[in-house]
Ligand binder design. Structure first.
Ligand SMILES: [Ca+2]
Ligand SMILES: [Ca+2]
Length: 225
């Protein structure tokens, strides 16, 4: 009975083995296909995401380059405007400095001359002259000395641009050239109290020079090219 049962069941199982195997194989193949398809989808998605990221990065790069170029143009424009403003300020500054100053050209020297509008020490007069593009006057000959008297008068004492401060009795123009033409007043230069090292003109006579202490204050004659 048991043998029959055993034989009966075993026989059925054995007879069904191909079918069971076939079902298993089919299920395995289906699962494999489904698994591969899933992985493939994931890869496709990752690929798409990567491509999208690349495009986004590319657009960001293009945008940043455009921004950089725009900033560069704006900086260039600002630099140009800054230079224009500097030029205008320099011109205005020059005009303000020279407002009310009457520069007069000497046809023989080709240079321009003016009187400083307020009395100063010799050193400050020279500073003023430099700030206005010149120096205290350098008088090279009788013609220039006469022209100054004719142009600015012979009554008022004015600073001129010579000094023997560095070496007593050795007179130099402020620009460094030795003085070769002189128009000293009689008895001058006397280096009074050993304190007189700066030149003035119109001293007790039109166009006559004297040595003086630097304090003044006096008006100076300025010469510029
Ligand atoms: Ca002196
Ligand atoms: Ca003197």
């Amino acid at each position: 009975m048991a043998r029959q049962f055993g034989n009966g069941m075993l026989g059925k199982v054995v007879s069904m083995l191909p079918l069971i195997l076939s079902v298993f194989c089919t299920v395995y193949v289906i699962m494999d296909i489904v698994g591969k398809a899933g992985t493939s989808n994931q890869i496709t998605q990752i690929g798409a995401s990567a491509e999208e990221g690349k495009e986004t990065a590319g657009r960001a790069l293009q945008n940043s380059e455009a921004v950089r170029q725009q900033l560069s143009r704006q900086i260039s424009t600002l630099e140009n405007q800054s230079r224009k403003i500097e030029t205008v300020v320099a011109e205005m500054s020059f005009q303000i400095k020279n407002a009310g100053i009457n520069w007069i050209k000497n046809p023989k020297t080709g240079n321009e001359y003016c009187l400083i509008p307020h009395p100063l020490s010799w050193q400050l007069a020279q500073k003023w002259a430099q700030e206005h593009g010149g120096n205290l006057v350098m008088i090279n000959d009788q013609a220039e000395n006469d022209w100054l008297v004719k142009t600015f008068g012979g009554q008022t004492e004015y600073w001129i641009g010579m000094t023997d401060e560095k070496s007593e009795g050795n007179w130099f123009w402020i620009i460094g050239a030795p003085v070769q033409y002189f128009s000293w007043q009689k008895g001058e230069p006397d280096n009074f109290k050993k304190e007189q090292h700066f030149g003035i003109t119109n001293s007790k006579g039109a166009g006559m020079w004297n040595d003086a202490t630097p304090a003044g204050p006096r008006i100076g004659i300025v010469e510029r090219k």
